[in-house]
Ligand binder design. Sequence first.
Ligand code: AMP
Ligand code: MG
Length: 404
Amino acid sequence: MITVEEYQESVLARVEPLAPRRVPVAQAHGLHLAEDVTAVLAVPPFTNSAMDGFAVRAADVSGAPVSLPVAGDVPAGTTHPVAVPPGGAVRIMTGAPLPAGADAVVPVELTDQPPGAVVLPAAVEVRRAVAVGAHVRSAGEDVRPGDTVLAAGTLLGATQLSAAVSAGHGELLVRPRPRVGVLATGDELCPPGTDPGPGRIPDSNSVLVAGLVREAGCEPVVLGAVGDDPERLSEVVAAALPGIDALVTSGGVSVGTKDVVKAALADRIGFTKVAMQPGKPQGFGVLDGRVPVFALPGNPVSVLVSFHVHVAPGLRRLLGLPARLPLARARAAVAWRCPAGRRQFVPVVLEDDGVDLPSVRPASAGGSASHLVASLAAAEALAVVAEDVDAVAPGDEVGLLRWS
Ligand code: AMP
Ligand code: MG
């Protein structure tokens, strides 16, 4: 058996971030930036009005009320705004460039003009004085060209994309979303919602792994369930490889008579025993020099644990993110038993009543057995118990691996 860290290291040593790709901004939502984004445009790009009203020289309205002749009109989008002559005003709309000569905007509400008037008046009565710079948005007030707007590694959401566009970008260099093949194995599996019949069970791992893949920011490519037939499995894997960046299989990796994944892939990937519970048998390798394959054991709880402990760090590496998440701490709310010599990962429910640390209890009343799949629905994290601990008592400190 090798330690959890040794195994994680051996996996990460063979996984490279996917090559970054330049994509239209509209396709970058939910992806991670692969480089710093600096402003090409200033934000705002030119000095403009923050209000609908009249552009003036502040000095000309200091004695308000005062009537000024209106020299022109500047709607938003104007390319050649008229200048404001001394002693005059120019009607201006929000977002329109401030005319030469003007240093302030008088909102329409502070004039004798009705808001929304269509006809340009010959003169405007300004009823209140305004300061220099009033209702004027200065070019570069938010960002200047060359300023860093977004840092490499940023997860691009709605506001990050709008910032990039405002700063002049139409495309962004991002890490592509890894496409992750999801393959279940076992003669006993039947599709969701069908009557299993004697000796068969629903394939719950396909949706489990596909969901975990999606929650990890990757795109699942569901390959379905194959029976315990190594030739069939090899065919499915060969057909899927060109369209995927990683593969996660479940089942068929231990020492049973029908260990299909082992039989099909043993000459191409390595199988080993990791000192952990659950999830001891693990397979990993790189197919076609490009596609990391995680061959997980079949028990759903083993799948969940193996995913968070081994697959998720690999997927984060593909995404160009730090592979390892920091381990938090928690306190056990109840007692449970632990296997000697293996690190234990227990799906737990958080009871956030701890004054110092959150307290946790196993999600499955029946203990940590790896077939208790329905109780997994309540789990919010994994409690992590060291190899040399053989029993956890209420109040004991444990590690905590959160996934949300
Ligand atoms: P295996 O590693 O193939 O021997 O599977 C271990 C256990 O996990 C067995 O009880 C299987 O029936 C169960 N199992 C394997 N694959 C799945 C699956 N896709 N969905 C639900 N249970 C599974
Ligand atoms: Mg099986």
